[in-house]
Design a protein around this ligand. Structure first.
Ligand SMILES: Nc1ncnc2c1ncn2[C@@H]1O[C@H](COP(=O)(O)OP(=O)(O)O)[C@@H](O)[C@H]1O
Ligand SMILES: [Mg+2]
Length: 522
């Protein structure tokens, strides 16, 4: 922790940045002390990335000033930023896949990639890597590295330049819980070494864990400054959203009904022909939420697509209400009572060039009362649209607005309103709150619980561990296409689930008894 007398390493004063139609930063003051993690917290679009892009010389502010180590600076390019002592780990990685780590570092330095020139670089990468516990092999090719390793390589690349201040823009978005723990250990070593860190996140638990200071942005302005000791998740959320947010989710006690959706021994191939889903068994009963957790890319998407008939099944079975669905198609799945909120809401969930009202009836458009004898009834479409916009608090100018003009969170509400308001008995919901603001996420969570109370059988697939843990009666953890473990809500711990997510443990064999049986035996 920096003491009060410490001279700020970074002082940004009165920063304002306008883009056409939006003030991304308005009169923002932001200070970082040496040896301190200063977090920028805020919802999507709050202006966090804009502020650090100004710091890194990618944008010029319209107003305001920056001082580094007490000296006014003008940062007009990333190379000037690095020269000043400021490095940045971007939200999207910037390494060249086909090169090794050492070659990437050399490239960044403008050095030729010859073997002799690389020798000192490789040595220093090893030193830097060791000093900060980063475990980066200078000779590893970037394309061969897992996401967490790539991020560590980026950090090495930046530290190589002897920066004093390191900016990390949403570094944990792509990491598993154990990788987050490793990253935080590295960050602590960096601050112990006197470096200043700007950490960007919208995940409150992480922010509480790693920050010394927290500055909250809302709509481009500073809406609060605090420390973890002086705040709770609720107060941080209040600063982010501007109103109270409910976190504790109480799953009403409810005896689940009969199995509605059963998946047995499912094998599904991915886009490149690889076995993406390996012998997965899952069953969901009426009135319960079963959560599927895993790091992105471990078969969850293929699993969902196979269940709703968007992807061929290699072997195994999908049963609805006890009946096998012979060759599932989206239409057949729907007619058997399965509603689907897809991960890619723009691609599969909605049609951007249709109006909000049209998207709200998209799956029932050919049925009464919206269509009679092949003619659409505009009146009933409008009425239905108005009702759902109201019920689901969809922020849209009116029913006739084109859906693509809405924010991501509101498009998601359109899809959810449509899928939840029908008479489907089963819901397959994938990444319902990805890219959605806390406020909208809270609302979507309430709706999911309401659907559970109505007795629907809900399969919830999400990368957001907090979300799944808060909402699910039981959880299935997927890793490399297989089930790594099953956990009941009551005995779930983040640590245990996190380990399963990162592949620690034994994947299930093909022939395990159905889970329903296991639960009964307990
Ligand atoms: N290059 C740009 N051109 C126009 N608008 C932008 C640009 N970059 C960001 N914005 C807008 O500025 C606001 C803040 O965005 P950003 O700084 O990316 O937020 P955050 O990182 O907090 O999610 C948003 O409304 C965004 O749409
Ligand atoms: Mg951002």
């Amino acid at each position: 922790m920096g003491s009060d007398s410490a001279v700020p390493m970074l002082e940004m004063r009165g920063i304002t940045k306008r883009f056409p139609g939006v003030v991304a930063n308005e009169d923002v003051d932001f200070t970082v002390l040496p040896g301190q993690v200063h977090t920028l917290l805020g919802e999507n679009g709050a202006g966090k990335s804009t502020l650090v892009k100004i710091l890194y010389g990618l944008y010029q502010p319209d107003e305001g000033s920056i001082a580094f180590d007490g000296v006014p600076v003008s940062i007009d390019s990333p190379s000037k930023a690095i020269q000043t002592g400021i490095g940045m780990i971007h939200q999207h990685f910037m390494l060249v896949d086909t090169l090794t780590v050492a070659e990437n570092v050399a490239l960044g330095l403008g050095k030729p990639l010859s073997l002799t020139k690389l020798a000192p670089i490789r040595r220093r990468i090893r030193e830097v890597s060791e000093e900060f516990g980063l475990h980066v092999d200078p000779d590893a090719y970037v394309w061969q590295m897992a996401v967490g390793e790539r991020q560590r390589a980026e950090i090495v690349k930046v530290l190589y330049r002897n920066v004093k201040l390191l900016v990390l823009d949403e570094p944990t978005a792509v990491l598993t819980p154990p990788e987050v723990a490793d990253l935080f250990a590295t960050l602590r070593q960096l601050t112990a070494d006197g470096k200043g860190l700007v950490f960007i996140s919208h995940k409150l638990n992480e922010v509480m864990e790693i920050s010394d200071e927290i500055t909250v942005l809302r709509d481009g302005r500073v809406s609060g400054r605090t420390t973890p000791a002086a705040s709770r998740r609720e107060s941080l959320a209040m600063m982010m959203v501007g109103r109270p947010v409910e976190f504790t989710r109480i799953l009403a006690e409810q005896e689940p009904g009969p199995p509605k959706l059963e998946v047995a021994g499912l094998r599904v191939r991915g886009d490149r022909g690889e076995l993406a889903v390996r012998d997965v068994d899952i069953d969901v009963r009426a009135g319960e939420i079963v959560g599927v957790v895993g790091v992105s890319g471990n078969g969850q998407r293929e699993l969902a697509e196979a269940i709703v008939g968007l992807r061929a099944i290699e072997s195994g079975e999908v049963c609805v209400n006890g009946c096998p669905v012979s060759s599932p198609t989206p239409k057949r799945a729907r007619s058997m009572g399965l509603a689907y909120v897809p991960e890619e809401r723009m691609k599969y969930g909605s049609i951007g060039d249709f109006t909000v009202a049209e998207n709200l009836i998209l799956v029932e458009y050919d049925q009464q009362p919206y269509a009679r004898h092949g003619v659409l009834s505009l009146n009933s479409i409008e009425t239905r649209g108005e009702q759902l916009i109201d019920d689901y608090s969809i922020r849209t100018p009116n029913t006739r607005t084109l859906t693509r003009k809405l924010s991501g969170g509101n498009i998601q509400k359109v899809v959810i309103a449509r899928e939840f308001s029908g008479n489907a008995e089963m819901l397959l919901v994938a990444q319902p709150t990805r890219g959605v603001d806390i406020g909208a996420a809270e609302y979507i969570h309430e709706q999911l619980l309401a659907q559970r109370l109505q007795g629907k059988a809900i399969l919830l697939i999400s990368e957001d561990l907090d979300e799944v843990m808060a909402l699910s009666d039981r959880m299935v953890v997927m890793y490399e296409g297989a089930v790594m473990g099953r956990v009941a809500r009551a005995d779930a711990s983040v640590e245990q689930v996190g380990l399963l997510m990162s592949g620690v443990g034994e994947p299930e064999e093909a022939s395990v008894a159905s889970w329903a049986d296991q639960v009964k035996r307990q």
